[in-house]
Design a binder for this molecule. Structure first.
Ligand SMILES: Nc1nc2c(ncn2[C@@H]2O[C@H](COP(=O)(O)OP(=O)(O)OP(=O)(O)O)[C@@H](O)[C@H]2O)c(=O)[nH]1
Ligand SMILES: [Mg+2]
Length: 284
């Protein structure tokens, strides 16, 4: 089965800089103090690069997800804990029987080992610094499905990676989860922007298509490579996306190190989980 191939596939590990220093941009308010051009790049990294990608998204059927500042601010409130809105690690599971109840919408993050899943969740939760999320430069670090609750609004799930050093029960866990989880509203499939689509990513795309549930590509580590390399990798990705049925046409570009794309992704998650109503200017 396709996941078993993913599990056996050798991958590559990528050594990166530490995440220290990123937290000064954790909140949109702090980012909004930046000069306009820098702020736009931080908020909408894909829209900024898109003019260089000829015909990247078919605008006949689709409008870019580009929320207003008000929508982004609304979403950010959801990612800020308070006494009545707790954001916390909930539980871990290696089998579906141990997964928590399905009483609120859920989103999950999948991708090759070391692609940056846990780092992305940590960046999304940077306004809740008490939530402990372990990241490591050693691939295969996350071994279980880790569930994090965002109040009563939704749950986010950090998955073990496929490829090099994937846990041996990866197929049991992730495949069963994707196939059976009723409250799963979106799967985020992470692809390393600095290396582009790998064979294992193509197999993961196929897997998501087979499960026939809505999913979104997140392009990680965009701080790590030159813009030309990133554009080449994005073109290749766009080609692959046009051949899918269930994939959201717009990839979300992020750097968990520099916080690019994090505010937009928070807003998208808040939107797809039904936790906020967007203003009229932004529908997807
Ligand atoms: N430069 C850069 N490095 C990153 C970024 N995101 C993650 N990393 C680094 O990539 C390595 C792997 O990050 P993790 O978040 O642990 O990756 P993962 O996908 O959760 O890995 P597994 O749990 O092993 O599947 C760490 O050394 C991170 O610091 C990023 O946006 N930019
Ligand atoms: Mg991890």
């Amino acid at each position: 089965m396709f996941c078993r191939r993913l599990w056996l596939k050798p991958g590559t590990g990528f050594w990166t800089a530490s995440q220290q220093g990123a937290h000064n941009l954790a909140s949109f308010h702090q980012a909004s103090l930046l000069p306009q051009r820098k702020l736009r790049g931080l908020l909408f990294p894909f829209s900024e690069l898109e003019p260089h990608l000829a015909c990247s998204v078919d605008r006949g059927h689709f409008q870019l997800f580009q929320p207003s500042v008000e929508d982004i601010t609304k979403a950010e409130k959801l990612f800020s804990p308070s006494s009545s809105h707790k954001i916390d690690y909930h539980t871990s599971a290696v089998r579906m029987e141990h997964a928590p109840s399905q009483n609120q919408p859920e989103v999950c993050f999948i991708g090759r080992s070391n692609v940056g899943k846990s780092s992305l969740i940590r960046a999304l939760f940077s306004l809740a610094p008490d939530v402990e999320i372990r990241v490591s430069k050693t691939p295969g670090h996350t071994k279980k499905m880790n569930f994090f609750k965002v109040g009563k609004a939704f749950t986010m799930v950090d998955m073990p990676g496929y490829g090099y050093r994937a846990p041996k029960d990866f197929v049991e866990m992730v495949e069963h989860y994707l196939g059976s989880r009723k409250n799963l509203v979106r799967t985020f499939l992470l692809v390393d922007g600095s290396v582009g689509l790998q064979e294992a990513d193509m197999i993961a795309l196929e897997m998501c298509e087979e499960f026939s549930r809505p999913y979104v590509i997140v392009v990680t580590k965009i701080d790590k490579c030159r813009q030309g390399v990133l554009l080449t990798n994005l073109l290749q990705l766009q080609d692959a996306i046009t051949q899918t049925v269930r994939c959201f046409p717009q990839p979300f570009l992020v750097s968990s190190l520099h916080f690019s794309g994090i505010y937009l992704l928070r807003c998208f998650i808040a939107h797809v989980t039904g936790s906020i109503q967007l203003g009229d200017t932004c529908r997807s």
